[in-house]
Structures are given as structure tokens and as C-alpha cells.
Design a binder for this molecule. Structure first.
Ligand SMILES: *[C@@H]1O[C@H](CO)[C@@H](O)[C@H](O)[C@H]1NC(C)=O
Ligand SMILES: *[C@@H]1O[C@H](CO)[C@@H](O)[C@H](O)[C@H]1NC(C)=O
Length: 248
């Protein structure tokens, strides 16, 4: 059974005949209800993509797995160089899609989706070095972050691209800037002799998370831009523009 599925998938991919409607709700680009349709399409789409869609080679998005992310941070007193690995981000599928705005024109596509996520939980491994004035500490272990009450808007921009006689959309950018209600991070330090210091650092971080979040946002945003653009293009470069947003 599984083999048949694989063969069917291979054939579908070779022929470029991806059954978009099987996975996603289709919204007519000239409909007056385009935005309302898009709210439902994204709501269903997030659930459809949560475990990934093999046929479109879309990875699972909830939890989303990222192999590695390097973070460097420096201000007057504090500096930190941290490599995080095997990161899991969970919570997207319990999001509420509040609103959507789509402009699907001949020469461009702009999509904005307003979302609310009650909780996003991130966990992974870390290894790094932090410095507070003259005090230096190296640590490694597990970390996790719990963010609550996230309010944000996904902004995607794309341009049409011809491939043979068919037109696709290439998503050029993905932008979001979540407002976060609260954020708590735990670092477990494998090294007992410096644990007190990392606990102190963690407390400092949690007491000042708003400032840190603001300063780390540019990192996070360039990371999200890459991920969002890549995942969106799994759909948009594979399914014809007219099949995603048909013109009547
Ligand atoms: C054009 O389509 C072919 C066949 O579907 C595909 O292999 C190729 O990657 C596409 N080119 C671009 C630039 O997307
Ligand atoms: C988060 O990390 C802390 C410190 O390592 C740990 O005690 C706690 O169990 C973790 N929470 C979850 C939900 O994994």
C-alpha cells in the first residue's frame, strides 16, 4: 500500500500534477469573499501542514524542527555566543486566524494573515559562552522557552514567474514581528560547577526578556524570513498560480 502511495507521489511530482485541492481550500481571486475564504484556507492549511505534506515535500510545521540556529548577542555589559541545535517549535496549530488580506494581481501577490497563538513552546539543545563584565561562563545542556499570547501578522510578497507556458508565484519575502505577552526561558546547564552562574543569567534574562526579545528580533526575523519563504515556495512554485487563486 505504502509503495503504491510512493509510486503515485513520484508520478504526481514528475508530471507536476499536484492535487492542490486535496490539501488546501481554493479561493477565487476575484471573489468579494476572497479575504474570508483566505481565513478559512489558512486555518485548514495550518492543520493540513502540521504533520507535513509528503506530496508537496512540505516538512511538518507543528512542531517545526530546525537543525541549528546560531545566536550572537552583545551590548555594553553582556555578550553571548550560543549555538542551539535540534530545535522544536510547537504551538502553531492551536493558533487562531483572525483576518486575512489578499491582493492577487497579474503582476504581484501580497498576502497578510493576522494570527493569535495562545502558546508557543520551543525546546532544544544549546552550547555557548556568556560574558557579564569580566565574568565568563561556558555552558551546554537543554533549554526551553515558553511564549504566551502572541499577536502577529504574516506578510508574504511574491511575483509571477513563468515556467514553460505556466505561471507560478515566487515568494520573495516573508515577514512577521510577533507581539509577545510573556516569555520564560529555562537553561539547564550540564556542568554543575557553573550552574549557579547560568541560573543567575537565566533569571536576569527572564526579568529583562522584553529588552532582549526586542534586540534579538532581527536575528529571529531573518531566520523566519528564510523558513517562511522556503515553506511557502514549496506550494507556490509547485502549484500553478491559477490553481491556487483561480480567476473564476
Ligand atoms: C520548471 O518546471 C520543471 C518541471 O516541473 C521543474 O523541474 C523546474 O525546477 C521548474 N523551474 C523553476 C525555475 O521553477
Ligand atoms: C524546561 O526546562 C527545565 C530546565 O531544564 C526543565 O526543568 C523543564 O522540565 C522543561 N520543561 C519542559 C516542559 O520540558
Amino acid at each position: 500500500m505504502y509503495q503504491i502511495y510512493i509510486i503515485a507521489t513520484v508520478i504526481a511530482v514528475i508530471h507536476g500534477a499536484v492535487d492542490f485541492q486535496k490539501h488546501f481550500k481554493v479561493c477565487n481571486r476575484n471573489s468579494l469573499e476572497l479575504n474570508d475564504c483566505m481565513v478559512e484556507a489558512v486555518r485548514d492549511g495550518i492543520l493540513a501542514m502540521a504533520d507535513g505534506i509528503e506530496e508537496l515535500r512540505i516538512p511538518p510545521i507543528d512542531p517545526y524542527h530546525q537543525k541549528e540556529l546560531k545566536v550572537e548577542y552583545k551590548n555594553n555589559q553582556i555578550s553571548a555566543k550560543i549555538v542551539t541545535k535540534d530545535i522544536y517549535v510547537a504551538g502553531l496549530k492551536s493558533s487562531v486566524v483572525k483576518d486575512a488580506r489578499v491582493r492577487a494581481d497579474e503582476d504581484s501577490l501580497r498576502i497578510e494573515i493576522d494570527l493569535f497563538s495562545p502558546t508557543v513552546f520551543i525546546k532544544g539543545e544549546y552550547e555557548g559562552e556568556g560574558q557579564y563584565n569580566a565574568l565568563k561562563v561556558a555552558a551546554d545542556g537543554e533549554f526551553n522557552t515558553t511564549m504566551t499570547d502572541l499577536v502577529y501578522t504574516w506578510k508574504l510578497e511574491g511575483v509571477p514567474e513563468k515556467n514553460g507556458s505556466d505561471t507560478y508565484i515566487r515568494i520573495k519575502s516573508f515577514y512577521m514581528r510577533p507581539d509577545v505577552g510573556n516569555m520564560i526561558t529555562n537553561f539547564f546547564n550540564n556542568n554543575p560547577s557553573t550552574r549557579e552562574l547560568t541560573d543567575l543569567g537565566t533569571r536576569f534574562m527572564n526579568n529583562n526578556w522584553r529588552l532582549l526579545y526586542r534586540e534579538l528580533l532581527p536575528f529571529a526575523q531573518s531566520n523566519w524570513d528564510k523558513i517562511g519563504t522556503r515553506v511557502a515556495n514549496k506550494i507556490f512554485l509547485k502549484v500553478k498560480y491559477d490553481d491556487i487563486f483561480p480567476v473564476d
